[in-house]
Design a protein. Structure first.
Length: 104
């Protein structure tokens, strides 16, 4: 059984600086996730977003393999111009190992 946890990625842009904060919203199942984020890659702020002064929040759901690598991602919400940058960054994240695959 997969544990599900949605991690919205808050992308804050100020003077060209991009910051991503994983924030646990809640799980679809009751068991808390014990996966620790080991390696976090910051997304590259898209040029189009800079030109259009777009900022906002992107929510990305990731399936994490037992070895801690991100197996796949799904955009759960956010501005489309920012979404791909968030997915590219989350795909490079590394989590702690676990006995089974989980969703964060």
């Amino acid at each position: 059984m997969r544990r599900r946890l949605t991690i919205p990625l808050l992308i804050v842009v100020a003077a060209g600086f991009v910051q991503v904060q994983p924030v646990a919203l809640g799980q679809q199942q009751n068991a808390p996730s014990d996966r620790k984020l080991i390696t976090k890659v910051i997304p590259v702020y898209p040029e189009l977003a800079k030109k259009m002064a777009i900022r906002g929040t992107v929510r990305v759901q990731a399936i994490i393999a037992p070895n801690g690598a991100v197996k796949s991602t799904k955009i759960m919400g956010g501005h489309p111009v920012l979404a791909q940058a968030a997915v590219n960054a989350v795909s490079k994240w590394k989590f702690g190992t676990a006995a089974q695959e989980s969703t964060s």
